[in-house]
Design a protein around this ligand. Structure first.
Ligand code: HEM
Ligand SMILES: *[C@@H]1O[C@H](CO)[C@@H](O)[C@H](O)[C@H]1NC(C)=O
Ligand SMILES: *[C@@H]1O[C@H](CO)[C@@H](O)[C@H](O)[C@H]1NC(C)=O
Ligand SMILES: *[C@@H]1O[C@H](CO)[C@@H](O)[C@H](O)[C@H]1NC(C)=O
Ligand SMILES: *[C@@H]1O[C@H](CO)[C@@H](O)[C@H](O)[C@H]1NC(C)=O
Length: 503
């Protein structure tokens, strides 16, 4: 056996690769990189690793908050990336057609045969998918979908009545109940088969994958930054994992297949099927399946988050909870009166103010997945960003900025009521409401926003109409501002005490 000892020049090569080159690269990044004029924490500007570490540990929002306080509205957080807290970001970046998503975040998951709507970076491909799917989620289609939403809200209330009456002293984790409801609604809207979470009061096995699917976006981005690591990662990934991803894809594919053969019914999928049958658009079943997974993830997780945050803020602000409960219980004598039409802003102002205020304080997507500047560069929020610069819009930090809102960190639904917006003596009169865009704007904005609003209004209104809610001392309080973020907030639980309302 011969032992192979590297010759001295091999050592030199290794040292250059692993030590000298990174040091030179870091120095270049700090002093000579086109972004070196933009302020930022030096370690972060020098190497991307620090940023990646922050993302993987869920601290990116809290970390960015500190930097913006120290360095201002535009901060360099990685060698080629800036973070922005400025209201002009909407017009300058999100509405600008030449700005696209950073492809490093959207490598297909191993085992998935196609990218869905989120990963459709190419504008033509994206426009094609969006044109096919979005007509299923307009305010008009919502009218015919209302019975489905009412059905699952009723089921939620019924199940909660059973559980609460059986065990009145036990605190409830309301996040779970919202999770069940929003998932079940999507099962029905897309596949004509609910996931039966509410029915069994437990998660469907498929949901476990979806939780990880969202979180995996963050992990999946790492190989995008370090292609060699991606190579190792793919080699190391256990085949069982790839198999599981494929199986879940197949599960949805089968559901879609059954749905395509089923009778016509007024759900979201019916619009998509009609468009496909009319051959107005072409899309593969694989892409449709992944898009369906994207939609379930994007739509249920976010809506459940918003509802959980609402309840969390309300039980910790009993006076606001009282205001809302009073509005609902004086206006509606019977559950059946709470239709989507009756819950509009003009008819139920406090309810809508609570939703607006929660979306301001705890936007379910606290920062937008990175965008990238075109090769010629672009002026964004007053700063020229050279080509290929990655930029992140900090939705949450913008909503919490004292430059845009009076007392930004206090939960005050009243700021959204006409008494504040039209009274110059109100301290909230100068609040800049157009800054708050929880659904984003422009070609990639959320087309599920009407459905989301409908679900939020219906579920919150009917819940508070039927139950008295209270915070509980038995479980630790959830402080939203301290939650970790992996694209979405990692909400472990919001515990409340519930009582069936005395009538
Ligand atoms: C309160 C609830 C919701 C919030 C806060 C929210 C927020 C957002 C945001 C900020 C984006 C843009 C992401 C980006 O630019 O990278 C987005 C995109 C999207 N949302 Fe929502 N969303 C919600 C509910 C829903 C619902 C109910 C659906 C169901 C159809 C949905 C489907 C989508 C889809 C398909 C996209 C991608 C659009 C595209 O790329 O063209 N969302 N959402
Ligand atoms: C609710 O669902 C999300 C994913 O959609 C998951 O991350 C979270 O752990 C669930 N929360 C609870 C309390 O079950
Ligand atoms: C809500 O309650 C607070 C405190 O009780 C009160 O000051 C405020 O005016 C109320 N708002 C409305 C719209 O009733
Ligand atoms: C932009 O950056 C990526 C990754 O650093 C690189 O692969 C790509 O070639 C660059 N594109 C341009 C136009 O500079
Ligand atoms: C509340 O939010 C909705 C949707 O974003 C918006 O249309 C409405 O104007 C907001 N209300 C106020 C008073 O700003």
């Amino acid at each position: 056996m011969t032992l192979h000892i590297p010759a001295p020049w091999h050592w030199l090569l290794i040292a250059t690769l692993f030590i000298v080159y990174p040091i030179f690269h870091a120095i270049y990044n700090l002093y000579f990189h086109p972004l070196s004029k933009i302020p930022g924490p030096p370690l972060w500007c020098a190497i991307r690793l620090r940023y990646v570490f922050s993302q993987l540990s869920g601290n990116i929002v809290q970390d960015s908050a500190k930097f913006h306080q120290k360095y201002g509205h535009i901060v360099r957080v990685a060698p080629d990336e800036v973070s922005i807290v400025d209201k002009d970001i909407w017009a300058d970046a999100l509405q600008a057609p030449q700005i696209s998503k950073d492809p490093r975040w959207w490598e297909p998951l191993p085992g998935l045969p196609a990218l869905g709507i989120f990963g459709a970076i190419n504008p033509d491909n994206h426009a094609r998918v969006r044109k096919l799917i979005s007509p299923a989620f307009t305010p008009r289609t919502l009218i015919s979908q209302e019975p489905i939403l009412q059905k699952y809200t009723s089921l939620l209330i019924t199940r909660l009545r059973e559980v609460v009456s059986a065990n009145p002293d036990k605190p409830q984790n309301i996040v779970e109940w919202f999770n069940f409801t929003t998932f079940d609604i999507f099962g029905d809207l897309l596949f004509d088969e609910s996931f039966e979470c509410l029915h069994h009061s437990q998660y469907h096995s498929w949901m476990a994958l979806l939780f990880n699917y969202a979180k995996s976006t963050v992990y999946n981005a790492v190989p995008g930054y370090y292609p060699w690591l991606g190579f190792v990662f793919k080699k190391l990934l256990p085949p069982s994992m790839k198999k599981m991803i494929r199986q879940h894809h197949q599960f949805i594919l089968d559901k879609l297949d059954r749905r395509f053969k089923a009778i016509d019914r007024p759900d979201a999928m019916s619009h998509i099927i009609k468009a496909m049958q009319a051959e107005k658009t072409t899309i593969s079943m694989d892409q449709l399946t992944t898009t369906a997974m994207d939609i379930v993830t994007a739509g249920s997780e976010t809506t459940a988050t918003a509802l959980s945050a609402m309840v969390n803020y309300l039980v910790h602000h009993p006076d606001k909870l009282q205001n809302l409960t009073t509005e609902l219980r004086t206006k509606f004598k019977d559950e059946s009166e709470m239709t989507l039409d009756a819950l509009r802003e003009e008819k139920a102002p406090y309810l809508n103010a609570v939703i607006n205020e929660t979306l301001r304080m705890a936007p379910p997507i606290p920062w937008l997945p990175p965008r990238i500047t075109p090769k010629e560069g672009k002026v964004i929020c007053g700063t020229f960003l050279p080509g290929n610069t990655t930029l992140v819009s900090q939705i949450y930090l913008m909503n919490r900025s004292p430059s845009y809102f009076h007392s930004p960190d206090t939960f005050t639904p009243e700021r959204y009521l006409p008494s504040s917006t039209s009274d110059p003596t109100s301290p909230f009169y100068n609040d800049q409401h157009q800054v708050v865009q929880p659904f984003s704007v422009g070609p990639k904005s959320c087309f599920g926003q009407y459905l989301a609003w409908a679900e939020m209004r219906l579920i919150l209104a009917r819940l508070l109409w039927a139950f008295d809610l209270e915070m509980t001392q038995e479980k630790e309080e959830t402080v939203w501002e301290e939650l970790k973020v992996f694209v979405f907030w990692e909400k472990c639980g919001v515990w409340v005490r519930m009582k069936v309302r005395d009538t």
